[in-house]
Design a protein around this ligand. Structure first.
Ligand code: CUA
Length: 328
């Protein structure tokens, strides 16, 4: 192995373990943030030393015992004044510029980021994925940006993932956002960093970063409600997840935008411009995929198709759920 390769792997090694101040850099913004921090720390350290050494020097040099009578001021040194104004100003502008750049980078999520809803409550976190899967640990795919849309159901909490260098308050009655792109696989800590009561210190969970393939596999399994619950339970969940309940009553027998589904399974339904049909699994399936094919008398063609949004076994589960609502 050549020397440069050895050095590169040593640098990589150091980055993977973190340094004496910070944990490992596990997101795209981490290196920039650390770099800026060290830049500001170094400049501040140098300025601190220069100012204090100069003060010490002048205190000793111009002490009263050496010149008891007031002396006329030395001539004005324009060059010196320009130098000590321009250099610090330039350094301040650099700090502001890089700080602003990092802030903007961290404020605007990429358009293709996966949206995850975060809810904080005393004293736990919950994460909701686009397919409705809810978890208590935050799982993400490496090199894939993730946008957290966050709110609290009680008091102010705050999400902090030190390895990603991200932190944001989670506030009741308000939605806050934050995003990151993990660059390392592994498990990291997600902590609440706003004092929120007795169990505040226990309000932490894990961020699990996996390869895209592993994440997709997990998503598929976690999203597969059918594997975890009975068809009727899963059907009820899909029914609300897909918003069917907005238009179809299931308990009161009343007509909303669409017909009620209570006590309907197995009954004969009058059809607009055609012979009546028995409401069975096939009719339910057809009505979900092609809602306009056989409209119940008195209802307009307002329902959208769910073609491509529901898998066959999910449709079957919904049918089982509708059957559970009663009928013949
Ligand atoms: Cu939640 Cu501290």
């Amino acid at each position: 192995m050549t020397l440069s390769l050895l050095m590169m792997s040593a640098v990589q090694e150091a980055a993977n373990q973190g340094d004496f101040l910070f944990p490992v850099q596990a997101s795209t913004v981490a290196a920039d943030h650390d770099w800026l921090f060290y830049f500001i720390l170094t400049i501040s350290g140098i300025a601190f030393l220069l100012i204090n050494l100069a003060t010490l020097f002048f205190v000793v040099k111009y002490r009263r015992s050496r010149c008891p009578e007031p002396q006329p001021s030395p001539t004005h040194n324009t060059m010196l004044e320009i130098v000590w104004s321009v250099i610090p100003t330039a350094l301040m502008v650099m700090m502001f510029y890089w700080g602003m750049q990092n802030y903007i980078d961290q404020s605007i999520a990429p358009a293709d980021a996966m949206r995850v809803e975060v809810s904080g409550q005393k004293w736990s976190w919950s994460f909701k994925y686009p397919d409705g899967t809810e978890t208590s640990e935050l799982r993400c795919a490496v090199n894939t940006p993730m946008r957290l849309v966050m709110t609290s159901s009680d008091v102010i909490h705050s999400v902090w993932i030190p390895e990603f260098r991200v932190k944001k308050d989670v506030v009741p009655g308000r939605i806050t956002e934050m995003w990151f792109e993990p660059i390392l696989e592994g498990e990291f800590n997600l902590l609440c960093t706003e004092y929120c009561g007795t169990e505040h210190s226990g309000m932490n969970t894990k961020v699990i970063v996996q390869s895209q393939a592993e994440f997709d596999k997990w998503m598929l399994e976690a999203g597969d409600l059918l594997a975890k619950m009975s068809p009727v339970e899963a059907g009820a969940k899909f029914f609300t997840l897909k918003g069917c309940n907005a238009c179809h009553d299931v308990s009161a027998g009343i007509t909303l935008v669409g017909p009620s589904l209570k006590d309907m399974y197995g009954t004969e339904r009058p059809i607009e411009g055609g012979p009546p049909v028995v409401m069975d699994e096939n009719y339910i399936r057809e009505s979900i995929l092609e809602p306009q094919a056989k409209l119940v008398k008195g209802f307009g063609p307002t329902m959208p198709t769910y073609q491509g949004q529901l898998k066959e076994k999910e449709i079957l589960a919904i049918a089982a759920y509708i059957q559970s609502l009663g009928g013949k």
